[in-house]
Design a protein around this ligand. Structure first.
Ligand SMILES: Cc1cc2nc3c(=O)[nH]c(=O)nc-3n(C[C@H](O)[C@H](O)[C@H](O)COP(=O)(O)O)c2cc1C
Length: 173
């Protein structure tokens, strides 16, 4: 909770998937509800949506690397201070790194320091979703108490219909 305002503090982690554009409306939804939103995109995510968009939508600085703003110890505090972490889209790679306990960027480092509820919203091609490695990583994340949303089906980036498009709140496509 942001001490001075009592607003809910939400860390939105953005993975490098084509569905990254959909998280913009999710950020908007949180800020309109009065939440204090901090967006941490991965390096790959910035290929899909720029930091300026996330900064404008959230009203907060956007960082990706652990070596940015070192004096603020963001790699520890962002996770510690969050009331909720939402990872969307949760790519196969990002969930693998989270399951392995990696801390090689600001988002995965923050996941290690977060003690609040963590929600993963996966989005990927059907074969990536169905791969035993991905399913094992999801199982591990769930065993640790994280929520991993079950995907819906719909049109994928390649134009095919698949089982793993990102859904959040049942409506974001
Ligand atoms: C056009 C394009 C779309 C992609 N979409 C997805 C996707 O929807 N889901 C996914 O898991 N990976 C997707 N990828 C692959 C990821 O970008 C790649 O695995 C990357 O390493 C993920 O990085 P992250 O750990 O920062 O999310 C896509 C790659 C490209 C080039």
């Amino acid at each position: 909770m942001t001490a001075s305002t009592g607003r809910r503090r939400i860390l939105v982690g953005v993975g490098g998937g084509i569905a990254a554009y959909k998280v913009c409306s999710v950020i908007r939804h949180f800020t309109e509800a009065g939440d204090d939103v901090h967006v941490v995109p991965t390096r790959s995510a910035l290929n899909f949506v720029g930091a300026a968009t996330f900064e404008a939508l959230s009203g907060n600085p956007v960082r990706t690397e652990v070596f940015e703003d070192v004096d603020q110890v963001a790699h520890v505090k962002l996770g510690q201070e969050a009331d909720l972490v939402v990872i969307a889209p949760a790519t196969a790679d990002l969930m693998a790194r989270a399951a392995a306990g990696r801390a090689d960027d600001l988002l995965t480092a923050s996941l290690l320091t977060a003690r609040c509820p963590v929600l993963f919203v996966p989005a990927m091609h059907t074969e990536m979703w169905e791969h035993p490695a991905t399913q094992a990583n999801i199982e591990l994340l769930r065993q640790r108490g994280h929520r991993v949303v079950s995907p819906g089906s719909g049109l994928l980036a390649c134009g095919m219909v698949g089982v793993a498009v990102m859904i959040i709140g049942g409506a974001v496509r």
